[in-house]
Design a binder for this molecule. Sequence first.
Ligand SMILES: *[C@@H]1O[C@H](CO)[C@@H](O)[C@H](O)[C@H]1NC(C)=O
Ligand SMILES: *[C@@H]1O[C@H](CO)[C@@H](O)[C@H](O)[C@H]1NC(C)=O
Ligand SMILES: *[C@@H]1O[C@H](CO)[C@@H](O)[C@H](O)[C@H]1NC(C)=O
Length: 456
Amino acid sequence: MLLLLWKTCILGILASKILCQKVKYDGDQVLQVTPQTSEHVHQFQQLSDAWMLDLWMPHLSEDIHVGANIHVRVPASLVQQMKEKLLQYSIPFQVLIKDVQELLVKPAMKSHSRHSRSLASYNYTKYHPMEEIKQWMTQIEQEYNHLVTRHQLGETYELQPIYYLKLGQPSDKPKKIIWMDCGIHAREWIAPAYCQWFVKEILQNYNNDQNIKEILKNIDFYIVPVLNIDGYIYSWTMDRLWRKSRASYNNGACFGTDLNRNFDAMWCSIGASKNCSALTFCGTEPESEPETKAVVNLVKSRKSDILCFLTIHSYGQLILQPYGYTRNPSKNHMEMLKVAKMAAEAIEAKHGTIYTVGSASHILYSNSGSSRDWAADLGLDFSYTFELRDNGTYGFQLPEDQIQPTCEETMAGMMTIIDYINKKNFKNNAVTITSATLWLNILLLATCSTTYTLWI
Ligand SMILES: *[C@@H]1O[C@H](CO)[C@@H](O)[C@H](O)[C@H]1NC(C)=O
Ligand SMILES: *[C@@H]1O[C@H](CO)[C@@H](O)[C@H](O)[C@H]1NC(C)=O
Ligand SMILES: *[C@@H]1O[C@H](CO)[C@@H](O)[C@H](O)[C@H]1NC(C)=O
């Protein structure tokens, strides 16, 4: 990691763009702005474009609409001017985050011990740097070797191996698969935390939970705890709010592709940018990035076995289904919507958190090149994006004390989807078991009554 940091610095100095120091956000604020008229929309778009602001929601100024909340990070130097402009134009706004840096310091930069720790003491309600997650994956594989194997999916731009965990009961026959990736966007730290939580929950409950046993007999989970490893590391070491990968363009003039705009799903047609400076840079062509290619290769090679494709993000509290690139429904739209609604109900039942469900282009904004849309176009029946907590109060800097409730409710929602898919695909198994149980009961009953008669 040190070597990597050093390499990044040298590259940065060579490009004389980046100094080897952490990016600071002292005094930056996140504002929630709600344009009331199309003139407001236009005025805000002009400000946002002129000042090249970091839009947190939506990501592109063209996706700003009347009545929809905008979350935008305004650099300290522009906060006063921005507020004056908004007042002058009478555009309603409120401060969501008073000082971005203040929120960043706490979880991110606390010292973390470097020496190895046991799996038993792994703290799932903390954010972990990549080194610790890597070690955790090795330990999980050792500890649960009857259910877990670790495999390499591919390599990142900076040549970090990308691993996934395969969870399931071993079988000679090819099994069905549920795919789940976390951390495609670097700053969305709650996503990798959730993938780890999911693995822990499944493995710890396996012995005592008949339903989980049944599911793992039928289905393997392929879990990628951190897909965009380069970006994730960068968000720990250099810039907490980094989103993209770390590929270099134009001789280091700009860095990173938005990997969730790089898939071959109406690539870069809408809600994405061909400018490598943009947050939503779609790459140089579809699947131009090694991280994208790694997902594509594996999913394509097993596409007839994959029952469901899940990709975990933050924030916004949404379950999104295809499509983002068109307002047309996907072929399995109605069933997916029904299942997503059931999941949202389970989420709300847990801690009262409200989720919105629907196709991305209808409830969020249009975007092309997402892995969710790509998976649907590949022919998979179920493909969802989860946008976890929160709704903007902390945004990407969700405090650690919310990791547990967030993971608990997400788990409840996701198990609803998994149960549905398991029942749908393995109905015959379930029926066989039920009738076997029934026969056993009848047999027992017969034996009991015989005994009873005898004793009378
Ligand atoms: C786990 O981390 C959280 C957040 O930093 C902390 O509050 C908690 O005390 C830790 N738990 C243990 C058992 O160390
Ligand atoms: C790309 O975006 C940057 C920053 O917003 C801007 O300065 C530059 O002119 C853009 N380049 C092109 C080719 O549009
Ligand atoms: C987010 O949700 C919380 C709790 O439901 C609420 O108090 C808060 O006002 C919401 N914030 C935004 C920005 O919608």
